[in-house]
Design a protein around this ligand. Structure first.
Ligand code: PMP
Length: 407
């Protein structure tokens, strides 16, 4: 029996379902390992010793490479001096200063641990500032696992979501309708950096839609809240909507901020400073100083090495290579979203049978892809990794073409 199988059997007995949340591989094709033993650079190794070039990056947190020496040194130094005490370490202010300098929309920053902490705090701050209730969110968008936003409503009450009003991403008419429904009670509009809902093509925001959101929020005196948890630091270090010229009032960050160390941030402008002071948000580990030092080192290195340019270039290589392979085989393959956060979906694949076969075949050839969740490039990926990955994607596409011959 494989070690993964043995650990899964033990897990079943002591963890409900064997695993919770987004890291439960039950929804992935058989063959995906559940448990991992080590990771380094752009490689992960499962508990059975299989090594993969990783295009999930821990679902986003890894952006400079696992075990990045600079980040780990900064973490260890701070952690050894002070991790948790009766108050935060100075590095907390260093990090806040750095983010305020880096992010044009930010006049202040606060820190927590998870993306959900940050998106939830944004909503709370928007309500505290406006004294209103309604929050606009896009249909299908993921903003975390708290009762107000979890995609699986088990255990939540209708009241938890009573003040949510939905719109469709990039759809002006639906946004206008949602605004009308909110009326004078609108506290905030939540938007993702781009449409990265699972199991469907990704969509960049149109500049018109982004500008309309800003205009409507201003006209209503409500907050524009950017959920940059997933895309943050991969599109633009100043915030994912900087290239659009649209600045949010409040932004939620996490994932890549600490290159794998647990940290999240809310940044905001001066209009929301008082409300951010009023709300009571905290946690026993939210001042964990090691993660602050790791985040500071991560942000500094991302800037110094121009990591985004590297990720865009390698993501572009992967995309062009896979597309050429699919085209040669006559397979309909759609790649969407920014190249550094790729998603590959097959035409006529309602149950993801093609996508699953593609991904699991690539996995067998040492490349960890995802069949229906966006993937992530990192600064640690090399051209050689992309070339090796393309050997595996060729195998995956060949398998799809054999089992589902293009007509
Ligand atoms: N918002 C977005 C866009 C996310 O992708 C995620 C995590 N996948 C979250 C919020 C929640 O973050 P966390 O899982 O760290 O609570």
């Amino acid at each position: 029996m494989s070690r993964d199988k043995a650990i899964r059997a033990r897990a079943k007995a002591v963890i409900p379902g064997g695993m919770w949340g987004h890291m439960d591989v039950a929804a992935l094709p058989a063959g995906y390992p559940q448990f991992f033993a080590s990771a380094d650079g752009a490689r992960v190794r499962d508990v059975d010793g299989n090594e993969y070039i990783d295009f999930m990056c821990g679902y986003g947190p890894m952006i400079l490479g696992y075990n990045d020496p600079e980040v780990e040194a900064a973490f260890r130094l701070q952690h050894a001096a002070l991790e948790i005490a009766n108050g935060p370490a100075e590095v907390t202010v260093d990090l806040a200063e750095t983010l305020v300098e880096l992010i044009p929309a930010a006049d202040w920053a606060m820190f927590s641990k998870n993306g959900t902490d940050a998106t939830t705090a944004c909503v709370t701050i928007a309500r505290a500032q406006t004294g209103r209730s309604k929050i606009l969110v896009a249909n299908g968008a993921y903003h975390g696992a708290a009762p107000w936003c979890t995609p699986r409503p088990a255990g939540t009450t209708l009241e938890d979501r009573a003040h949510l009003i939905h719109y469709d991403y990039n759809d002006m008419e639906s946004l206008n309708r949602a605004m009308e429904r909110a009326g004078p009670d609108l506290a905030g509009i939540v938007t993702s950096a781009f449409r990265h809902d699972i199991r469907r093509d990704q969509e960049m925001p149109t500049p018109e839609f982004a500008r309309a959101m800003r205009r409507l929020a201003d006209a209503a005196g409500a907050a524009l809240i950017l959920d940059d948890v997933r895309a943050g630091f991969r599109i633009d270090l100043g915030g994912s909507w900087e290239p659009l010229g649209v600045r949010p009032d409040l932004s939620a960050w996490s994932k890549a901020l600490g290159n794998g160390h647990p940290i999240a941030a809310v940044t905001g402008n001066d209009r929301f400073r008082d409300a951010a002071r009023q709300v009571f948000v905290t946690g026993s580990f939210w001042c964990g100083a090691g993660a602050m030092a790791a985040a500071l080192a991560t942000v500094q290195k991302l800037r110094r090495i121009d990591a985004i340019r590297h990720m865009v270039r390698l993501g572009g290589m992967l995309r062009a290579g896979v597309q050429a392979q699919a085209d040669d085989l006559g397979l309909g393959l759609r790649q969407s979203g920014p190249p550094q956060m790729p998603l590959m979906l097959f035409d006529d694949d309602p149950d993801f049978a093609k996508g699953n076969l593609f991904a699991v075949t690539a996995l067998r050839h040492g490349v960890y892809l995802h069949p229906w969740h966006n993937m992530f490039l990192s600064a640690a990926h090399t051209e050689d990794d992309i070339e090796r990955a393309l050997v595996a994607t060729q195998q995956g596409l060949d398998a799809v073409a054999r089992q589902f011959p293009p007509t």
